[in-house]
Design a binder for this molecule. Structure first.
Ligand code: SER
Length: 655
């Protein structure tokens, strides 16, 4: 078996040997300029944090890069639970910023996939590729077709032929030209883009020769996409024009989990070592629940018994996927809330809780489950363990205090409509409103609002439950009801379908910079008072919302009033000095000479970002930050308390 740690290591080493510099994963939360034209809440592909460089900016690590990037995709959230979709995943990627193009990229992809020693040792006979067939005035990618033909022949003695318009794979056909929907890559509506070539692997050769239409073979999971080489030649502008890029770019993306599944011959991604231990832990939790308890939601028979998710294996996968994604989102600075990123985290956690509840896990379990996630990734990512567990615990306690009642209310509503329908065999029906053969009814907007507001059910979750009984929430009516309540209560904040409104990203960025100032101030004020043997003050945890910052650091005793005042004053002094915040990318070895780091240096890439605030603060950090400390306003420490043994916690606000 090849583990995730081994796969990452192999991939990075392979491309390092081809002259690529290893760069670290960026935060899941995009920096402002990267996402300027994309409106994405999270990094959804490895190329996203690199957009400025794809568009021509010089990258300090050179023009060949390789990395493993954390990604979150919520678009496919309803598909999670099948054998290949995930909310959180890692993408292995190699980049050429004008250095090499199709020939090297395709050759190296083939080499890495098939080489038994340096690569994954996959069988070339089971490999199929798609290429861009040309559309919208952009011609068919004949170059990639010729490169693939040559490689198949030279390296594997396979005479690869090209499929026709019918996209049927049979006999010697290995290369399938497809249109823009499949083989042209762009993140969002604008930005760097181009045709691509995607690599697929036949995962069931034992059931006979591959024969059939490409899309059917994909839909039936006979062939699985494992890698995408995008050949970016254009920048699509906001008004829809394609401008030629200064230099052609290669952007490749290989899904870590899918590749592990394929290489290890697993039936599904949940057997890989980045998911199996989480499923295992959920299974333990479930098996300790007595069957009797499963029969009802509580001791109350007043409401109809909800359908238990069948097969429960899907529910377990959803729980594992969602809590993992929530852990990573929280770790990168968003906490469960009503808006934006926080709302995504909330939606994931609450959906997982409902699934778990129906499996009989009726106690707070998310913080405990998170332990298995920390363990899986301990060699790769740093976690603010205390913060994550606390945020999960808070979210779960708040939701669970209303959950039983809320579910009872939900099933009362369902009963009222008396739809008398067996639960849908498979969630989700592709379109809730089109579950054929039944009359589809909307519940009243008041009922929907009550479930949402009083019981804290995310709307998507209510719809998911309702759909099993051919009921749904009418979005338009709900929004009207929502507005009415907002007028009544000025404090109610918005929460809408599809991820809610944008969060206050700007405040979070300010708090992030304030956190750097705080750490530097703590070092200056408290550094000399540390007991012998402690080299300095370090970050032990950090959590930022749009409302406040929270920072944990090592210090043996409570801070005095005087120390708190001094720290506060020093931060405010630096704000008043209006110091520019500079970002410099440099080799890690250089960076470690000038900055103290709170995390294991081995976890950073060869080239790191260093944020420098005058000579006051120098930190290795992914950003983002404000441009000048003058933007921060007035800094105030609200609370200083113990966090755990030898660790203090400060909560502070910007006014
Ligand atoms: N950007 C492409 C993708 O996400 C390749 O990295 O698939």
């Amino acid at each position: 078996m090849i583990t995730a740690d081994e796969l990452r290591g192999k991939y990075l080493e392979f491309f390092k040997s081809k002259g690529h510099a290893i760069i670290p994963s960026a935060s899941l939360i995009p920096e402002k300029d990267e996402s300027a034209n994309q409106e994405t809440l999270f990094i959804t592909a490895g190329m996203q944090p690199l957009i400025p460089y794809l568009l021509g900016k010089k990258h300090p690590a050179g023009d060949r890069l390789v990395d493993v990037q954390k990604c979150i995709r919520t678009k496919d959230i309803d598909e999670v639970g099948d054998n290949r979709h995930l909310t959180f995943f890692e993408m292995l990627g190699n980049w050429s910023l004008g250095s090499y193009f199709k020939e090297d990229a395709i050759n190296w992809s083939f080499e890495f996939l098939t080489d038994k020693k340096e690569g994954l040792g996959l069988d070339p006979n089971r490999l199929y590729v798609t290429v861009f067939k040309g559309e919208d005035g952009i011609p068919r990618d004949e170059i990639s077709i010729e490169i693939w033909k040559k490689i198949f022949l030279d390296k594997a003695r396979i005479k690869a032929e090209v499929a026709g318009e019918d996209e049927i794979i049979k006999d010697n056909i290995r290369i399938i030209p497809l249109g823009k929907d499949d083989n042209f890559w762009i993140a969002g509506d604008a930005g760097p883009c181009g045709g691509d070539t995607e690599m697929f692997y036949d995962v069931n050769p034992e059931i006979g020769k591959l024969n059939g239409k490409f899309s059917d073979l994909v839909d039936t999971f006979r062939i699985i996409e494992i890698w995408n080489d995008v050949f970016m030649e254009f920048n699509k502008t906001e008004d829809g024009k394609y401008q030629k890029l200064e230099k052609p770019i290669v952007d490749t993306g290989m899904g870590l989990e899918r590749t592990l599944k394929v290489v290890n011959n697993f039936d599904d991604i949940f057997q890989t070592d980045v998911l199996e231990p989480i499923i295992g832990k959920i299974e333990k939790m479930v098996s300790s629940v007595s069957i009797k308890k499963l029969d009802k939601l509580s001791g109350d028979d007043e409401y109809i018994v909800p359908p238990f998710d069948k097969p429960s294996v899907i529910a377990k996968r959803i729980i594992a996927d969602h809590i993992k994604a929530a852990v990573f989102i929280i770790n990168d600075g968003a906490i469960p809330s009503k808006k934006g990123r926080g709302y995504v985290a909330r939606r994931l956690i609450r959906r997982a809780i409902v699934k778990a509840h129906k499996l009989g896990i009726k106690y707070n379990f998310t913080a405990d489950l998170a332990e298995s996630i920390f363990e899986i990734y301990k060699n790769i990512y740093d976690f603010n363990i205390i913060t994550i567990k606390e945020d999960l615990e808070n979210e779960e306690s708040s939701f669970r205090s209303r959950l039983e009642k809320g579910l009872r209310e939900l099933y009362k509503i369902i009963k009222k409509y008396d739809q008398n329908i067996k639960p849908a065999v498979r969630w989700p029906p592709k379109d809730i409103k089109k579950v054929s053969a039944y009359t589809i009814n909307a519940i009243t907007p008041k009922e929907a609002f009550n479930l949402y507001q009083t019981y804290g059910f995310p709307l998507e979750l209510i719809n998911e439950e309702l759909a099993q009984f051919a009921l749904f929430i009418d979005e338009k009516e709900f929004n009207e009801e929502f507005k009415k309540h907002q007028e009544l209560s000025r404090t109610a904040s918005a929460g809408m379908f599809k991820g809610g409104l944008a969060d206050s990203g700007e405040m979070s960025i300010k708090y992030h910079t304030a956190t750097h100032l705080l750490l530097a101030a703590l070092r200056e004020i408290l550094g000399s008072d540390l007991p012998a043997g402690q080299a300095g003050i370090y970050q032990k945890g950090s959590n930022i919302t749009a409302e406040r910052l929270r920072f944990d650091f090592n210090y043996p005793q409570k801070l005095t009033e005087e120390q708190i005042k001094k720290v506060e004053d020093l931060v405010n002094e630096k704000i008043q000095e209006k110091i520019p915040v500079e970002m410099i990318e440099m080799p890690k070895t250089e960076a470690l000479k000038i900055a103290k780091v709170s995390f294991d240096p081995a976890k950073y890439g060869d080239v790191v970002k260093v944020y420098k605030i005058g000579n006051f603060s120098i930190e290795l950090c992914g950003g983002p930050h404000v441009k000048n400390t003058g933007e921060l306003g007035h800094f105030k420490i609200q609370k200083e308390e113990s966090s755990s043994a030898g660790v203090r916690r400060i909560k502070a606000v910007l006014e």
